[in-house]
Design a protein around this ligand. Sequence first.
Ligand code: ADP
Ligand code: MG
Length: 392
Amino acid sequence: MLQINPNLSDLVTDAAAGLADRLQSKATITAAAPGRVNLIGEHIDYCDGFVMPFAIDRYIVIAGCANGTSQARITSALSEEIVTLDLTQPQETSEPKWANYLRGVIRGFQDRGHHIPGFHAYILSSIPGGAGLSSSAALECATATFLEGLLDTVLDTKEKALLCQKAEHDFAHVPCGIMDQFASAFGKPNRLVLIDCKTGEPELVPFENPDLTVLISNTMVNHELSDGGYAARRKHTEDGLAILGKASWRDVSAADVHANWEKLGEPVNRRSRHVVGEISRTIAAAAALARNDFETLGPLMAASHDSLRDDFEVSCKELDIMVEIARKIGRNGGVIGTRMTGGGFGGSTVTLCESRKASEIAAALGVEYEKATGIKPQIFASRPSQGAHLVG
Ligand code: ADP
Ligand code: MG
């Protein structure tokens, strides 16, 4: 039941073969960027909150080369199509949609005065798309890293992540916070990327206890973040802050939300309660994890899920079912904490568990989830992994 993560070096080999096959080219530049899972701190990266993701051992790899023209020719293992981009022009959104992530990142480089020479590129991924694991941020960060290789330049990591975030805003129309691109760009083996989203500074926090395993359970229910649910939530939080008359959610207490409940109105009051609750839960969770206090951490993850389900309303039936199954296995069965992860409306759950029971837990999640929904989930474990980098 526990799926093995494809080896990055195998992915790189296969991407080179894909480039040769589809674009008759030899790979001279190969970039890899990981997806991410978030342990806690959901939907608060755009609210000056704290978030605690890490880069997972699942990657998007882009293999390519300069082609001596002023055009990019790009394709993906997931697409029959070869997309041609005219690099003499500033990039704009167009069809097919998947190429917009690349167009947006190229545009970010163009806006910084870079002239992008023609190239061939082939994309191969081990990150399930639309599963709340940020394949989109990985695609952006892999593209940016590929362009760094092509241009023989290196962007400051934070600037690179922000460039990628802007691509997601302007070219995918998802008004995301900074978590996904920061996790993909800054990730390191055995480190969580604890981000203070007010200062925009990531802190790499050790996560190397071999007795802990992070299970990721993909419900196989795909989300569509550009369909408005995500943007609507973000708007609610902006409205809430304006009604409260504060400059930052960090200046708002739970008591402030409670005292202004009627004034905030439905559903902004519940959205606001999620934001302030989740910020304090994440601070508490980081402290609990640092002292291996799992009896505190588990309930914080549970409260996070309940708040996302009831107050922020971004969970879905299948995510709730997966979480309930893990909750039933419980602490005695080796489950420390479990919750939905990522933007929601489908996607994956994250379950922190004891390593010695991880296979057993994964098997039970698989069997019980399929029994309840008729859907076979995808379940794998990941340790924190290396962020976006050039390979070789
Ligand atoms: P998530 O980021 O949670 O995976 P998104 O909906 O934000 O979900 O991003 C998924 C989109 O990213 C896909 O619909 C596709 O456009 C693009 N994408 C992801 N992986 C690939 C890939 N291997 N090749 C081409 N496009 C991809
Ligand atoms: Mg995404």
